[in-house]
Write a protein that binds this ligand. Structure first.
Ligand SMILES: NC(=O)c1ccc[n+]([C@@H]2O[C@H](COP(=O)([O-])OP(=O)(O)OC[C@H]3O[C@@H](n4cnc5c(N)ncnc54)[C@H](OP(=O)(O)O)[C@@H]3O)[C@@H](O)[C@H]2O)c1
Length: 181
């Protein structure tokens, strides 16, 4: 790769087929070696649910620093979030805008309108107030700036509760226990 070290390295998805727990444990051991060798500054997971993390912790020497999961209004994976918080694992929120599928949601538009912000900003701020690290993606410079401009307002507790309670919307449909790899 032509670099002296990598900042953050994740297991992208848990192995779930027969022997998956051993594959995850072996992969994590290899990650721990790379970390100890100084090749990687931080090691973590992605798309691991609570039971995948619990199995990994049976043999892990180093607690994962990060778990990157799908996280947005309408799919906040509250169990996994609570487990990660309890173990001081930072949750990174992938598709915080539901890959754009949430941007025309009437309820989110109504809430965002009251704050004078965009739905994208509402989703990103909602991730932050849930103590996750949102990873919005845009190739549009104006939107990149807009998505970073989320520190001049606070979503009220009532609105947080409303958004936290939304039914399943905007999801990718990908589930770590059902993926075919
Ligand atoms: N770990 C995993 O398994 C996993 C899985 C999926 C994704 N990810 C990561 O998560 C990140 C984000 O995911 P994502 O791209 O699926 O979804 P996203 O960030 O929720 O949504 C991106 C879409 O929203 C649009 N957008 C961004 N900001 C906007 C704004 N302010 N107003 C209107 N539209 C806006 C983008 O359009 P333009 O780009 O055209 O502006 C793009 O179409 C990516 O970096 C990806 O690598 C990780």
């Amino acid at each position: 790769m032509g670099v002296e070290y990598v900042d953050l390295y994740l297991i992208h998805w848990p192995a779930i087929k027969a022997g998956g727990a051993k594959i995850n444990a072996d992969t994590w051991r290899a990650f721990e070696k790379l970390y100890k060798d100084g090749c990687i500054r931080t090691i973590g997971l992605s798309n691991f649910l609570t039971h995948h993390i619990e199995a990994l912790l049976d043999t892990a020497e180093i607690i994962p620093a990060v778990n990157q999961i799908e996280f947005h209004p309408g799919y906040m994976q509250a169990d996994t979030l609570a487990f990660c918080k309890a173990h001081h694992i930072v949750v990174e929120a992938w598709s915080p805008l539901g890959t754009g599928r949430l941007l025309n949601n009437p309820q989110l538009r109504e809430i965002a309108g009251r704050y004078g912000i965009s739905v994208a900003q509402l989703c990103i701020r909602w991730c932050l107030q849930n103590e996750t690290l949102p990873l919005p993606k845009s190739v549009t410079p104006k939107r990149i700036l807009e998505n970073a401009d989320v520190f001049g307002f606070t979503i009220s507790d009532t609105d947080m509760q409303t958004i936290n309670s939304l039914p399943y919307i905007g999801g990718s449909g990908l589930h770590p226990d059902k993926i075919d790899f």
